[in-house]
Structures are given as C-alpha cells and as structure tokens.
Design a protein around this ligand. Structure first.
Ligand code: SAM
Ligand code: SF4
Length: 328
C-alpha cells in the first residue's frame, strides 16, 4: 500500500524525533532555559521501532532520525540496530549536531546509515559558542573528521544563517565543505518556538545568500534531488554542492512527501502547522494489534494541510512548539 494524502501527495518519508533533549541550546532553535519532557512522557525505543515498522508497512521507504540531539538518547544504538534490520526500509538517515560522533560514528556505519546531516553554523570557536550556547567547536570538528575518516558516506552540512551573527561566515563554511568534499545546505530560519529574540531581525533569505555566493563562486543549478525540498547548485571545479532549503522564499509544499513523529508520539502532518494526532495512547492501548494505529494514520491523511504559513511580520512563532520537539 502507499499512504496518500487528500491532495494526492505520496507520503513515503517520516522524520522521527527520538528526544526533545539536546546538549546544545542553539539560539534559533531553543530558549536558554528549556524545560524538557519527563522520561515517562516519551515514546520508548521499542514504541519508536513499532511506529517505524507500521509506517514502513504502509509504504514509507525513508526514515530520518532527529531530535533534539538523537545521539544523546540513552541506548539509541538499539534503535538504529533494529531499524537497520528492516529490509523494506530503503534509506535510514540521521540529523545530528556531531557532538557525539567521536563515540557513535562506528555504530552508525555498522547500522548502514546512508546519509548524515550535520548542523554547523560557525567555524569560529567564540561565535560557535555564542550560537550554540553550550557547544564546543573543536569537539564537533573532530566528530566530523572522524565520521569522514571511517568512511561514512553522504555527509552534508546544514547551516542556518542569521543576519548580524554568522552571515559573515558564509564563504568560510563553503570553503570548509569544499575542503572536505561534502555538500552544504543553507536552511532559512523558521519561526518555530519562542526563542526570546526577534527572528525578523536575524532572518536572512536564501535569495540573498545565493546572490552573495555568486559573487565568489561559479555555480550551476543542477537537477540533483535527495527526496527533500532542497534545490542544488554545483560549485564548479569542486565535488561540493550547495543546497538551499527555502521555506519562506520558495514554498515547497506541493511536493511534500513527509510527516513527522514527535518524541511523545504526536504525528504532526506539517512542520509549520498544529494539525496532529496522538499515537502514544493507541500504541499503549493496543500493544499486540497494529490495525487501530494504521487506521489512525490513514485517517490523518485527510487533515494533512496544503501548506505551512510562516509569517515573520507577526513577530511571534508560527507554531509555539520548538523544532527539537517536532523533529527538524
Ligand atoms: N540536533 C540535531 C542537529 O542540530 O542537527 C538535530 C535536530 S535539529 C532541530 C535539526 C535541524 O533543524 C538542524 O539542522 C537545525 O539547524 C535546524 N533548525 C532548528 N531550529 C530551526 C529553526 N527555527 N529554523 C530553521 N532551522 C532550524
Ligand atoms: Fe540542539 Fe539541534 Fe536544536 Fe541546536 S539545532 S539546539 S543542536 S536540537
């Protein structure tokens, strides 16, 4: 079977947030004083694996594990190991801040992780600290180096550019990607969660970033897609591509192929809307019968919204939950 929503979009991709916790507090993602969920309100790793299997039986082929910082979840290795055994899953991917990669890269390789997105917003130790509040740049760079050295393939950088904070580092970050032969994507800042400062003043559009990049690099727009909303440009004379993920300046909702599962089992139909259904009560009421959960997922397809509605002018979050809760 193939999950299809009310607008005839095929849903073959899920993102699962395995924890709302993180060892960083990136200024565009979290507030300084975050309250995290108590453990009993989180899906167990077994429940996450069950949800994944149910979605796979409904036509999902690709799963991205995210968070919060997925690699800080206790015993996360078990989940990767179990997911990697599901033969109908075509692609298992991860988004991470790289803080744990020195310890976890081998495990990820053994689990057949295909693609890793690593968030990196600054190459300056002080600026990195300012942006992540608690992160250590050298540890992150060591983690990236280690992942490359042990042969983890398809590592890509994800960067959020904030005006007045790291917009002067665009070329340095691109040079880093070129030197490591990896791709780099720029993600426009989204108004998710109340981070206690004005996103309107820091928002930098990808149109502006592209213009700037063109002043320094020869780039060609290419057809390359990874099943997501990024549009890609090849940097001529290098192995690196630049991806632009532009939820504000280029609405990509017509091609949306995904839903998200939060760390407490909410099935969110759109990152930028509140429409959701709760899977945790069903999982716990029917431990040995997947049908009620499948029915709920099928029904949810009728309420998947046509598009997100981000509006920076309102100067308040489009949705009040943080990206770390829903899974970025
Ligand atoms: N902790 C992991 C990491 O940072 O890669 C995974 C979770 S994080 C929420 C996933 C991605 O969301 C990161 O690339 C991060 O830069 C991005 N992100 C978080 N909050 C965002 C926001 N408000 N707007 C745009 N991107 C955001
Ligand atoms: Fe943590 Fe990732 Fe959010 Fe940064 S972007 S605070 S690393 S979840």
């Amino acid at each position: 079977m193939q999950l299809t929503d009310q607008f005839n979009r095929k849903i073959n991709y899920i993102r699962i947030s395995v924890t709302d916790r993180c060892d960083f507090r990136c200024i565009y993602c979290m507030s300084e004083q975050m309250k995290f969920l108590p453990k009993k309100e989180l899906l167990t790793l077994e429940e996450i694996n069950r949800i994944a299997s149910i979605f796979i039986s409904m036509g999902v082929e690709k799963i991205r594990i995210t968070g919060g910082e997925p690699l800080v979840r206790k015993n996360i290795d078990t989940l990767f190991n179990n997911l990697s055994k599901n033969k109908d899953l075509k692609e298992l991917t991860l988004t991470t801040n790289a803080s744990q990669l020195m310890k976890k890269a081998e495990m990820l390789k053994a689990s057949g992780i295909e693609r890793i997105n690593i968030s990196l917003d600054s190459l300056n130790p002080l600026n990195f600290k300012k942006m992540t509040r608690t992160g250590d740049l050298s540890n992150v760079l060591d983690g990236i180096e280690h992942a490359i050295n042990i042969g983890l393939k398809q590592i890509k950088l994800n960067t959020v550019i904030m005006r007045g904070i790291n917009d002067h580092e665009i070329f340095d970050l691109i040079e880093f990607a070129i030197k490591k032969n990896i791709d780099i994507s720029f993600i426009e800042e989204m108004p998710l969660g109340d981070t206690a400062f004005s996103r309107k003043s820091t928002f930098t559009s990808n149109d502006e970033i592209l213009k700037k990049i063109k002043t320094n690099y020869l780039i060609n727009k290419i057809d390359y897609r990874t099943g997501g909303p990024a549009e890609y440009w090849q940097i001529l004379g290098t192995k690196s591509r630049i991806g632009l993920i532009s939820p504000h300046s280029h609405n990509f909702c017509e091609e949306c192929n995904r839903v998200r599962i939060s760390c407490k089992g909410e099935l969110f139909l759109c990152l930028g809307q509140d429409d959701k259904i709760e899977l945790m009560p069903l999982l716990r009421e029917y431990p040995n019968n997947d049908q009620p959960i499948k029915d709920a997922i099928l029904n949810s397809m009728k309420i998947k919204p046509k598009s997100h509605e981000f509006n920076l002018e309102q100067n308040k979050p489009a949705v009040v939950r943080f990206m770390s809760h829903t899974g970025g």
